[in-house]
Design a protein around this ligand. Structure first.
Ligand code: ZN
Length: 296
């Protein structure tokens, strides 16, 4: 590895972009947070940060999506169709590459967070694990047999269908599916269902419902991917007591089949806290094509 290399990283979220530069070993040298406004304005602000801090080797970007990750596609690096106003069909990669003159490695924001936890946090040493974020939206990034999982697109686990709680009349907030997991259990869904932001929501029914939906999601993840650990991050997941209640509901739902893992160690908060995404984006940069250091 080049000991003088400086890597750039962007955790490109729907409400803010966290920009960083990192030195050897992934140590952060500088960071800045930019509100996500229009594509042109947001990209301009990010480019401004990197003009001041000059990543010399590569830039890694973990972005909200859905995003085209197929390298042979004419729309590689574009956000595809998103409910986020103004961002559908935005090319994220080309403007950054053109302005900064370095290779740009791209993945989803949740895959980047999974990568960060895998290299530096709660996924270290595991071959197969999942990172679920529960914030404004819901997403899952997964490492399977030591590689980030890609395929047709990338996992869109937030949009799986879960059985609606019989006591829940809310029709769901997903613009595509209504009452998919994200439509029922994301921060946006909670805000719509209860009529106020989830941060200030102290109605026990709201959090019991949330724990139930998240437990269904975790059980589906366990059965589909057989992850060795499930890390749950994002703003909603920080609610005190929520994760503990999700563990209890998972144990009930799994009903001993298969033999439940020790859930305190299985279903955990991110070791890296809110830095998982940006540290993962640094790792994307370190593995960018053109970097001699081979991983994954
Ligand atoms: Zn959906």
């Amino acid at each position: 590895m080049d000991d003088t290399a400086v890597y750039g990283a962007i955790e490109a979220g729907g409400t803010k972009w966290v920009c960083a530069v990192a030195g050897p070993g992934g140590r952060l040298l500088a960071t800045d947070t930019i509100p996500t406004t229009t594509p042109a304005e947001t990209l301009r602000a990010a480019i401004g940060f990197f003009r001041r801090h000059e990543p010399s080797a590569a830039l890694g970007v973990g972005t909200f999506g859905p995003v085209d990750l197929r390298r042979d596609s004419p729309t590689y690096g574009h956000i595809t169709k998103t409910p986020k106003p103004g961002w559908s069909h935005t090319d994220v990669v080309s403007p950054l590459r053109a302005a900064l003159g370095v290779p740009v490695a791209l993945d989803t924001d949740v895959n980047a967070a999974a990568l960060g936890e895998w290299r530096h946090g709660g996924g270290a040493g595991l071959g197969t694990f999942a990172y679920m974020t529960v914030g404004t939206g819901i997403g899952v990034g997964a490492v399977v047999h030591g590689r980030l999982l890609h395929g047709l697109l990338h996992p869109e686990f937030g949009h799986i269908r879960v059985p609606r709680d019989p006591a829940d009349p809310f029709p769901g907030s997903c613009p595509y599916h209504g009452d998919c997991l994200e439509g029922l259990a994301s921060g946006a869904a909670m805000r719509r269902r209860w009529g106020r932001p989830p941060e200030g929501l102290d109605d026990a029914r709201a959090w019991e419902l949330e724990a139930g939906y998240l437990a269904l999601a975790v059980v589906n993840l366990m059965y589909a991917l057989s992850p060795q650990r499930v890390i749950v991050g994002g703003g909603i997941a920080k609610r005190p007591g929520l994760l503990a209640r999700v563990r209890e509901r998972v144990a009930d739902l799994a009903a001993g089949y298969p033999a439940a893992p020790a859930l305190d160690d299985y279903l955990v908060a991110p070791s890296l806290g809110d830095r998982a995404g940006v540290l993962g984006a640094v790792e994307l940069a370190r593995e960018a094509p053109g970097d001699a250091d081979e991983h994954a």
